[in-house]
Design a protein around this ligand. Structure first.
Ligand code: PGA
Length: 240
């Protein structure tokens, strides 16, 4: 895994946004794996701006998102689908027919099979964007006894509920989500993980310098042949 350290989240957003724009410009029909949360926002801001300036077009790009909550409608204001529409899709020229999402209200097994086939039919994910949880999770793959493979329904941990419930002001945060599995993430040709802030420093240390273990799901990225980790100085502060 390759580590790149930047001053702050804004610098990472600019660097990652440009990396994506360059990639899309040379592969206009590429398949992107996308992530939600606070971490990718500066990257989405950069890409939205560049699209507005005519420097990149999402017209032929296909996307798959990592995860979605169960038990809320797709269009609820806190769904990850709404998050993506508000922070990226509505600000680009993407064709919404090329946007695919896990359905948190479908039968989990059937949905997992549908998603795996849809990704395969598009030729696989070219670049997968990831954040990391304070407990080392990637997507909603929480610390566990073994690594998952394809998408599945997961019970969220207290750490994740504590981190994300700040976004839920009208209803209690869902306790379950559907998430791409570790196997589906690892099959992406390239992986970009962004971590910013002091609260991620421990997870970043475990991911990069600890053993590969499902107790720190992100540690599996040590075994990916093209994983690039973008860190700000705070997130990198515990590295040796
Ligand atoms: P965050 O979430 O970007 O909101 O910190 C990242 C994650 O939990 O994977």
């Amino acid at each position: 895994m390759e580590l790149k350290i930047f001053k702050n989240p804004e610098e990472i957003g600019e660097a990652c946004g440009k990396l994506y724009a360059d990639y899309i410009n040379s592969n206009p029909r590429c398949v992107l794996g996308l992530a939600t949360g606070a971490t990718p926002l500066p990257t989405y801001k950069c890409l939205s701006r560049m699209c507005g300036e005519g420097k990149v077009s999402f017209k032929d790009v296909s996307t798959f998102n990592l995860d979605e909550y169960c038990d809320i409608p797709k269009t609820h204001k806190n769904s990850f689908y709404t998050f993506m529409c508000e922070n990226l899709f509505s600000k680009t020229d993407i064709n919404m027919d090329n946007v695919d999402f896990l359905d948190g209200n479908a039968d989990p097994q059937e949905e997992s099979e549908r998603y795996a086939k849809a990704i395969l039919d598009k030729g696989g994910i070219d670049i997968q964007l990831l954040g990391i949880g304070r407990n080392g999770h990637i997507a909603f793959n929480e610390p566990a006894d073994s690594f998952s493979d394809e998408a599945y329904k997961v019970k969220l941990t207290d750490s994740t509920i504590e981190a994300n419930s700040i976004y839920f002001d009208d209803i209690p945060m869902p306790r379950y989500a559907v998430t791409m599995g570790i196997g589906s993430i690892m099959r992406a040709k390239k992986i970009i993980l962004i971590a910013t802030g002091k609260s991620k420093a421990g997870a970043v240390l475990d991911m990069t310098e600890g053993p590969v273990t499902p107790r720190c799901p992100a540690s599996i990225l040590q075994q990916h042949s093209d994983a690039v980790i973008f860190l700000d100085e705070d997130a990198a502060s515990l590295l040796r």
